[in-house]
Design a protein around this ligand. Structure first.
Ligand SMILES: [Zn+2]
Length: 103
């Protein structure tokens, strides 16, 4: 067990706490990195790699299908391209808020 500092209020608390005891900010301590998430969204976003990394396997499978066989129908491929771009932007905006991204 380690002590960490809350990013919102600065209170020191256990890294096993689900939320900061002082301000209630939820703590996600998965060992996953938002930088990795953003890089996956950028390079492999069309195939949903960042979704699998975030633990959102259902969305990942949907993106994988749309990003592969979906291109045969063109429209799903275009949709998944925008989807990946939006995920990339959301990832960058929330780079310090992993609890909004990771399940
Ligand atoms: Zn706090």
């Amino acid at each position: 067990m380690a002590m960490i500092y809350c990013r919102d209020c600065g209170a020191k608390h256990s890294d096993r706490a689900k939320a900061c005891p002082k301000c209630g900010r939820s703590v996600v301590n998965t060992g996953r990195s938002m930088v990795v998430y953003v890089l996956l969204a950028f390079f492999l976003g069309l195939w949903g790699a960042h979704k699998f990394y975030a633990g959102r396997n259902g969305e990942g499978i949907a993106m994988l299908l749309m990003g592969t066989v979906g291109w045969a129908l063109i429209i799903p491929g275009i949709i998944v391209a925008f989807w990946a771009l939006i995920d990339l932007i959301i990832g960058i905006v929330n780079i310090n808020n992993p609890e909004k991204i990771f399940k």
